[in-house]
Design a protein around this ligand. Structure first.
Ligand SMILES: NC(=O)c1ccc[n+]([C@@H]2O[C@H](COP(=O)([O-])OP(=O)(O)OC[C@H]3O[C@@H](n4cnc5c(N)ncnc54)[C@H](O)[C@@H]3O)[C@@H](O)[C@H]2O)c1
Ligand SMILES: [Zn+2]
Length: 357
């Protein structure tokens, strides 16, 4: 097992990464008289029921949400909060968020507003949640007007990652998580990128040691970035590599065609090409990045060439991105050696660059 720390002053916490940690979950949590397990129906059947069945340390209530992105609504938050009030959950109780990013975001948001804020533990079970959403304290639900439009920065008390839960993850979800995994290599650690190239077979075969290693490295990178810039005033933006294109692609395809990770793969592909075109990224570096993206994409039969009409709609969406500045679209582009640069482009510039890739 690996233990990492995230240094946020009084809000600092530990991240435990290892195999089988769910079986001894209580030993990683603070002692509380009551816990509320918040999970989704799929994860509940796979892990929640057993956790509840074997829990002996204190009272544990359970709230099961429907699996899927549609659960990220204020209505679900209100229902969850009502259930907690009816169960008699107090300020000294804690929430355990067991599941993927959806559960983590909803449970984290509930924790942040219940009785002005109670403790919560992130226990992520998808690769995406283990390397990204469970660390850093961003919580949110969606609104008709936009994804993650309402939420809070609210750090968990602890993050407990059992990498063996990845064994039950559908292949498509695994590839989606790997998109974020490789993003860390591109933005912060080229040696890690090389490691991923060399160990992709072992990763896809879900070899325990390798999974533990990659999850640990990603959490380490994310923890460092968040510790330096908790509220995304500057450095945390590097995490947005691939995401300007990805968010626009997800929005114009109405969140129905691509998983987030698949959109990120396409986003990283196009943004690496943009960086090369702009002379920011050398040919060899670009090829190394594109090669791994394509290997991951081929696992889910992903097409990287997008039609012109789709690209135009995407640029229009990008023009409304919340990360934009000075009326320009902000891209975080790779410049090689694990570094990035933010580039601001007008709609017209972005359009012509994307069209000639
Ligand atoms: N807060 C943040 O910083 C942050 C960062 C990135 C993404 N997110 C959010 O995370 C969400 C996406 O998260 P996700 O990709 O984990 O999706 P998800 O939570 O919807 O999980 C994907 C599917 O996998 C199932 N599942 C979860 N664990 C499983 C397991 N071990 N075995 C089998 N099935 C399992 C779930 O039931 C679900 O059907 C999005 O809403 C996104 O906005 C938040
Ligand atoms: Zn992402």
């Amino acid at each position: 097992m690996e233990t990492l720390g995230i240094d946020l002053g009084t809000r600092s916490y530990s991240i435990y990464v290892g195999q089988g940690l769910l079986q001894t979950l209580s030993s990683y949590l603070a002692s509380r008289d009551t816990w509320v397990l918040i999970t989704d129906d799929i994860v509940d059947r796979l892990y929640g029921e057993r956790l509840i069945g074997e829990w002996k340390d204190s009272t544990m209530y359970r709230i099961v949400l429907p699996a899927g992105e549609d659960t990220k609504t204020l209505t679900r938050v209100e229902e969850t909060i009502e259930s907690m009030l009816n169960l008699g959950v107090t300020r000294s109780s804690g929430i355990i968020a067991l599941g993927g990013g959806v559960v983590g975001d909803v449970a984290g948001f509930c924790a942040s507003i219940y009785m002005r804020g109670i403790a919560y533990a992130q226990v992520p079970t998808t690769l995406l949640a283990q390397v990204d959403s469970s660390v850093g304290g961003k919580t949110a639900v969606n609104m008709p007007q936009g994804k993650n439009a309402v939420g809070s920065f609210y750090q968990p008390e602890v993050v407990v990652i059992d990498t063996t839960t990845l064994r039950t993850l559908p292949h498509r979800q695994l590839i989606s998580g790997l998109a974020e995994v490789m993003k860390y290599g591109v933005i912060a650690d080229y040696e890690f990128l090389t490691y991923l190239q060399e160990h992709l077979g072992a990763i896809l075969a879900l070899e325990d040691q390798v999974l533990e290693r990659i999850v640990t490295r990603c959490c380490g990178i994310k923890a460092e970035i968040v510790a330096a810039d908790e509220r995304e005033a500057g450095l945390r933006r590097v995490l947005n590599y691939g995401h300007t294109v990805a968010h626009a692609l997800e929005a114009v395809t109405k969140y129905g065609t691509y998983t987030h990770g698949e959109a990120v793969l396409i986003g990283m592909y196009l943004e690496a090409e943009m960086a090369r075109k702009l002379g920011l990224l050398g040919h060899d570096d670009c090829s190394e990045i594109l090669d791994l993206i394509q290997r991951l994409g081929s696992e889910v039969e992903l097409e990287f060439k997008l039609e012109h009409s789709l690209l135009s709609n995407m640029v229009f969406m990008m023009g409304k991105d919340k990360k934009n500045r000075d009326g320009k679209i902000a891209f975080v582009l790779p410049i090689g050696a694990g570094q990035t640069r933010e580039v601001l482009l007008t709609n017209k510039e972005a359009q012509s660059l994307l069209e000639c890739l």
